[in-house]
Every structure is written in C-alpha cells, then in structure tokens.
Design a protein around this ligand. Structure first.
Ligand code: PLP
Length: 416
C-alpha cells in the first residue's frame, strides 16, 4: 500500500524516478510521498468516521513543516511534546485550539508559551505539573483545559524502549489516583478538567494491550462521573503499528471496532494521536554504496547513510527492509551486512540479508523510514544533517536542505 513501486525495474516515488533525483541531489536523503501521507490520513479518518472524534498528528514522528502542513491541510490537529513542536505546528498553519500538549516534563516557560498561544488541551502527568500549570494560567488570567494522562499498567508488548504504559514507566499518573486528581483539579481556579488520556506505547502489533487499557479508562470514566464531575474528552494516544517486514499490525477497522466496543457508549469526544501510522511508510531513506568490504567470511556493504541519519536499528533493533533502487539484471544474491561509516559497531542497518552483487555508487533504499527517522538524526561524527524531499506526483521539493560544513562548524565558538 505504499507509493514506492518499481516501473520497468526503476524505483518510483509516485511518478518521480528516484535514481533521477540523485542527478541533482546527493545521497543520502529522505524521500516522502505526499499521496501516501494523504492516503494514510484519509484511511484513519474514515475508520473513525462514526465517532465524534478528531485526529491530532503526533508531530514528533516527523516534524518537518511541509509534513505537518500536508496533514494539517487535511484537517489534522497536532499532538506536541515541546515548545519547539508547538512552534512547528503553528508555523504549519495548525490552529492553537487543535493542539494537544503532551509530555512528562513541560517547563513553566513552555506552559506559559502554550497558554499565551491558546493551545487547546494540556495532558497532565503528575500532581506537581497540575499545580504548576494552575499557577502559570492564573498569572496569565487564563483557564487551562486539562486531561489526565493515566498509566493503566498495561504491557504494550512492543520494544522495551517504546513501551510507556507499565507502572514502572515514567509516563502518566497511576490510574487509581485519577479520581482524586480530577477532584483536586476541579477545585483549582485556573484549571478546567475535561477528560482522560492514555498512550501505552508505540509500534503496537496487537490489539490486546489497547483493549485492556481502554477498558480501564472506561471504568475510570464511570467512577469520575459518579463523583459528580463532567468528563467530555478521551484522548486515546497513538501507537498503532505498521509493517516494516513481516509484522501484522491490526487493521484500522479492527482498531475502530475495539474503540466502539470499549468506549463507544460513553458519550465522549475522542482524540486519536497517530504518528508512525501516518508517516512511517510514507518515507524512504535513499543511500549509495561507498564500497564493498570483504573480511573473513563476511561481506560488508558500506553505505553513505549511517546511524546518525536513522538511529532506529541501533536504538530499537528495528529492521528496515533494504532493496536496490534499480532492480539488478541478475538474480544472484550475496549474504551481506549493510553498515554506515560511523565509528561505532552499532552502526549497522541490517545483518545477514540477501542483496544483489553491488558495487560502488549503486543506490539502495531503506523502507518505511518516514517516522522517527529524520527527527531523531544528529550530526555525530560531524556529518551534516541529510536533506528531506517531498514528492507530489511528478515533481519533488526539497523540504529541508543539506546544511553546509560552514553551518555545522559555525555553531561552535572558540573562546578568545
Ligand atoms: C509518541 C506519541 C504518540 C504517537 O505514537 P505513534 O506510535 O507514533 O503513533 C502519540 N501520543 C503521545 C502522547 C506520544 O508520546
């Protein structure tokens, strides 16, 4: 279901020949498909059609302004976790009202900025945060709408580093304390408690953890309402997984049915915060072979992209599919390790995969690199950030250019 397909043996991003892009833009670079973003968004929207709901794109998955704007133009709001992300959402044309401010460590300054800009909802993760927000809002003579992010103590059964809903994780408030905090919030002058939020992790490939979490949230809604509070908003977070290789994530329809079965009768307004689902398979990372290095019994394909450009394999043991941009004539394959140039043993994209017989300058691409790719990149080993391009049918636009070495060095200052 992606927009990256071969035509006569050449990889196309929509109707752009990917190899041809490299005649004007050096590898490595990220390449995104606008049609793919649109398709993913509209599919999600359609699945939620029967609910009173909205989609707030989790900006941290890919925060390029052109990506946020593409989704914002389709109607998306934004889920953000920092002042920088608020600024990005606003700069992309998303109205402040449609922004949800999440995160366990919002600073006073960030709260002040968010309130001043008119951010629609704060998802609160601790009593201390609630009290600080009340102080900040009071000082500004404003009322902040608050949802409590609860920690339902559910194991999302995903990679440890992206599991966020177990009681030992830093996220959310103990779900059993939610009624108490809700009560407290209702008594604060500058706070209006409006609901609950839950986000149990990312890249979930089973519905079961969602089911457990949503059921606990539903129970809590009844308890809070019984205590006499009004509760109109439920924020279900993101987390829906995508296919990188052979994962079988739930269908959108099944996800929607689950929401219906667990929360459908609550008469609440729902917010969903998909990140990876919207952008993950809308992007690829295009890279060139620098050289083939044979040692002992291994063949290393050294490419010009590295872990600083895409850290998911090193950080999450993620396995991105890798293929040739130009399909090889021969069907012969060789067992290969695909590695970057960085001085770290962990700088490895794939182990023991079958690849064609490659040589210098051959083009490869890593699949499903649109989410948590460019946003997590760094300049480690003094490698400038790589460009991002957005394809729209027959044309592409550079949506982030490659900085120069002067830009890179210019950030430093030698004391006089
Ligand atoms: C990261 C995050 C999301 C998005 O998660 P995906 O797995 O990319 O869908 C949504 N909500 C919150 C609070 C998050 O931290």
């Amino acid at each position: 279901m992606t927009q990256f397909n071969y035509q006569n043996g050449r990889l196309f991003a929509e109707n752009v020949d990917v190899a041809e892009i490299t005649s004007t833009l050096r590898t490595p670079f990220y390449c995104y498909s606008k049609a793919s973003l649109r398709k993913n968004y509209l599919a999600f929207e359609e699945a939620l059609d029967k609910f009173n709901s909205r989609i707030c794109y989790a900006v941290k998955a890919n925060s390029n302004l052109a990506i946020i704007k593409t989704l914002g133009d389709l109607g998306a709001g934004a889920d953000v976790v920092s002042e920088g992300e608020i600024r990005r959402a606003l700069a992309s044309g998303i109205p402040a009202k449609k922004i949800v401010f999440s995160g366990v460590g919002k600073t006073r300054e960030e709260m002040e900025f968010a309130i001043t800009e008119g951010v629609g909802q704060f998802n609160i993760e601790s009593k201390g945060e609630l009290e600080t927000l009340n102080e900040v809002a009071k000082k500004l003579n404003k009322i902040a709408s608050v949802a409590f992010r609860v920690n339902p103590d559910v194991d999302a059964q995903t990679h440890n580093k992206i599991s966020t809903g177990r009681k030992e994780d830093k996220f959310g408030i103990d779900i059993n304390l939610a009624p108490h905090l809700y009560q407290k919030a209702a008594g604060l002058p500058a706070i209006e408690p409006v609901g609950l939020a839950v986000h149990i992790g990312s890249q979930l490939t089973s519905l079961k953890p969602f089911r457990e979490a949503f059921k606990r949230v539903a129970d809590m809604v009844h308890i809070i309402r019984k205590a006499g509070h009004s509760l109109s908003q439920l924020d279900l977070g993101g987390g829906l997984g995508i296919t990188y290789n052979d994962e079988k994530p739930p269908e959108l329809q099944e996800y929607a049915e689950l929401i219906q079965n667990t929360l459908g009768k609550l008469d609440v307004h729902l917010t969903c915060e998909p990140g990876r689902f919207l952008v993950g398979n809308a992007g690829i990372l295009v890279t060139s072979v620098i050289r083939i290095k044979e040692t002992g019994n291994k063949r290393f394909v050294v490419v010009d992209a590295a872990m600083n450009d895409l850290i998911r394999p090193a950080l999450y043991d993620a396995k991105h599919g890798i293929s040739s941009v130009l399909q090889p004539r021969s069907e012969n394959t060789v067992l290969s390790e695909v590695v970057g140039p960085i001085c770290e043993t962990g700088d490895i994209f794939a182990r023991q995969i079958e690849l064609p017989e490659l040589s210098e300058n051959d083009l490869l691409y890593l699949k499903s690199a649109g989410a948590y790719g460019a946003v997590m990149s760094s300049t480690y080993n003094s490698r400038p950030l790589i460009p991002e391009i957005l394809v729209d049918n027959v044309k592409f636009t550079i949506i982030r250019a490659r900085p120069s070495y002067d830009d890179l060095l210019g950030l430093d200052q030698i004391p006089s």
